[in-house]
Design a protein around this ligand. Sequence first.
Ligand code: GRG
Length: 295
Amino acid sequence: MPDITATLAATARLVDEELSRLLTMPATPESQVFDAMRYASLSGGKRIRPFVVMQSAGLFSVSEKSALRAACAVEMVHCYSLVHDDLPAMDDDDVRRGRPSVHRQFDEATAILAGDGLLTLAFEVLAHRDTHANPAVRTSLIGALAKAAGGHGMVGGQMMDLLADPDTISMPEVTRLQQMKTGALFAFACEAGPVLGNAPDAAFEAMRGYAHDLGLAFQITDDLLDAEGNQAEVGKQVGKDAAKRKATFVHLMGVERATAQAKLLAEQSVEHLAIFDEKADLLRQIARFSVERRR
Ligand code: GRG
């Protein structure tokens, strides 16, 4: 059985190398924005979304080059969301991935531009011929990432998060919020492989089911780490959700039920992979890792 920790580390190395290549910029008057984009994206994230892209692509014999470019695109969007989420106008966080957040390391304007730069570069990468020879496949990927990242996905989820009243929000509303804020990018990561590999409908359906449960399990664990985690391990300030009275799963369910729910969802996500053979074992393992992680 392949080892999840070693494979995750190997994927992170590949992603770091490719991101570094994609973010190379000669010294110019505007190069500060690239310095900030590099700082934001080459900073030790777990690379779980890229890992899911690479593994989902592996199920459909997609070339490593194609998969890696799609993996970098989703990581760029993820990193942009972290940079903007940390801004004073949003969550106002000084620490991210164990280092000063981008607006603390540079300044607010540079952080906004670095986020914008990462978001737009993600689409430039997908649109490039190196991502896939077939323009229809590239267009599908671009459409899917735009949908996941935009107002019907991550951005809409963030808006709901900022507006949510923790005293009145219901479980279905929190679930929808989190599916949009976090689940939508996981859904893209899971769908990228079948899109690149021109997979049959049944494979898309399986990956969508897997993504739905994995995204929620991952987010509940994120809430639990904020409630119970250790700042040194987590790499960012903890206890903020309670202090800011955020509408989280932990707020609605309490730690014990949220922990059980995350485990249940992780097991449920694995069930969706039943149509795949042992090639999907690392996707099975990452689902369990997602709820057992300490950061
Ligand atoms: C559009 C500004 C804007 C924000 C979108 C994604 C998001 C909303 C905000 C980021 C903050 C946050 C807690 C989001 C939930 C998603 C999540 C669990 C992020 C952390 O992801 P990890 O654990 O982080 O994969 P690393 O650092 O390992 O990449």
